[in-house]
Design a protein around this ligand. Structure first.
Ligand code: SF4
Ligand SMILES: [Zn+2]
Ligand SMILES: [Zn+2]
Length: 310
């Protein structure tokens, strides 16, 4: 199979566009879409712009960091600061951490680690072993991770925090909010345009790049990444949505892009994200919340202890 743009052999076939691409044109296509998203999502200040980058060592966040570095390396007034959250998951996070550290060293980007144990006095292994889980491990881990991402980004005085969320993950999250009827949460999804007090805006420049494209890009560009899976990644609803969307995409290529585009239009034209954003303050940590306690304090047990002691 030949590349649709040159005489070289194609390494990738894009069903939504009907084109086949050689290595050069595939890399170019991913980088073009990435840069387009950076232009849409980041408003560069006249002075310095600092972007915190959450990296796990997995393919998505490693590709994110590499692409940010490649795109920004000539911009003298953009600073990238990477960090990894260590949730305390034995055998999984430690490998990712080493990979993340190596990539940061190679690219000359500073890297910090923030742990659940240091911040919440608990670890995910401990939370799961306690046997008191209400819902999936991710329902606990997610809000605590978001809390730490925000804390790290505030500490860096970052203008944005970048997350490695590919199109597959993003379209699944949109559909999960639709299935739960959670309109507000769906509209609050990243990318965030404005900073609201206490929350660093999240950007997701991989939102239009399919997971298989991220994987192939990592291989073609030689970006080392960890292939391990979190042993607790078993969110039942996400798994169902993932296989449903994969089978629809197979028959109607471009479906995931259409789902992403649907939310983008809603966010752009109909609703002001700031108006539906978290309007209260957590009574314990002071973070923005949509009730008396934020999700992080509810999940890490502080809200419960506080309620009992009052
Ligand atoms: S898969 Fe779930 S439990 Fe594992 S790191 Fe991600 S959010 Fe945490
Ligand atoms: Zn080509
Ligand atoms: Zn809180």
């Amino acid at each position: 199979m030949k590349c649709s743009k040159c005489e070289q052999t194609a390494v990738f076939e894009s069903k939504p566009t009907g084109s086949s691409l050689c290595k050069f044109h595939f890399v170019e296509s991913v980088e073009r879409r990435f840069k387009q998203e950076i232009r849409r999502q980041v408003h560069f200040n006249n002075g310095n712009t600092t972007i915190g980058v959450a990296i796990s060592g997995g393919k998505d966040s490693s590709v994110l960091l590499y692409l940010l570095w490649k795109t920004m390396k000539k911009k003298k007034n953009v600073v990238l600061k990477a960090f990894t959250i260590d949730e305390g998951i034995e055998g999984y996070r430690s490998e990712g951490l080493k990979t993340a550290e190596r990539l940061c060293n190679k690219l000359g980007i500073s890297h910090e680690v923030i742990t659940f144990s240091g911040s919440f006095n608990t670890e995910m292994d401990q939370v799961v072993r306690s046997g008191n889980l209400q819902g999936s491990p991710c329902a606990y881990c997610g809000p605590m991770r978001r809390d730490l991402m925000n804390r790290m980004s505030e500490e860096f005085n970052a203008d944005y925090v970048a997350l490695g969320i590919n199109l597959d993950d993003y379209s699944q999250s949109i559909m999960m909010n639709v299935l739960r009827g959670d309109y507000e949460k769906m509209l609050r999804m990243a990318p965030h345009k404005n900073r609201i007090k206490g929350l660093v805006p999240r950007i997701i420049p991989l939102r239009k790049i399919y997971e298989k494209e991220v994987k192939l890009y990592a291989i073609l560009e030689g970006i080392e990444h960890d292939m391990g899976w979190c042993p607790y990644a078993m969110e039942a609803q996400r798994n169902k949505v993932r296989s449903l969307l994969n089978s629809i995409e197979e028959n109607s290529p471009g479906t995931k892009l259409a789902i992403e585009g649907f939310l983008e239009k809603l966010q752009k034209h109909d609703i002001k994200q700031e108006e539906i954003t978290l309007t209260e303050k957590c009574l314990i940590c002071g973070n923005p919340s949509n009730g008396p306690y934020c999700q992080s304090c509810i999940r890490n047990g502080k809200a419960k202890k506080n309620k009992l002691s009052t």
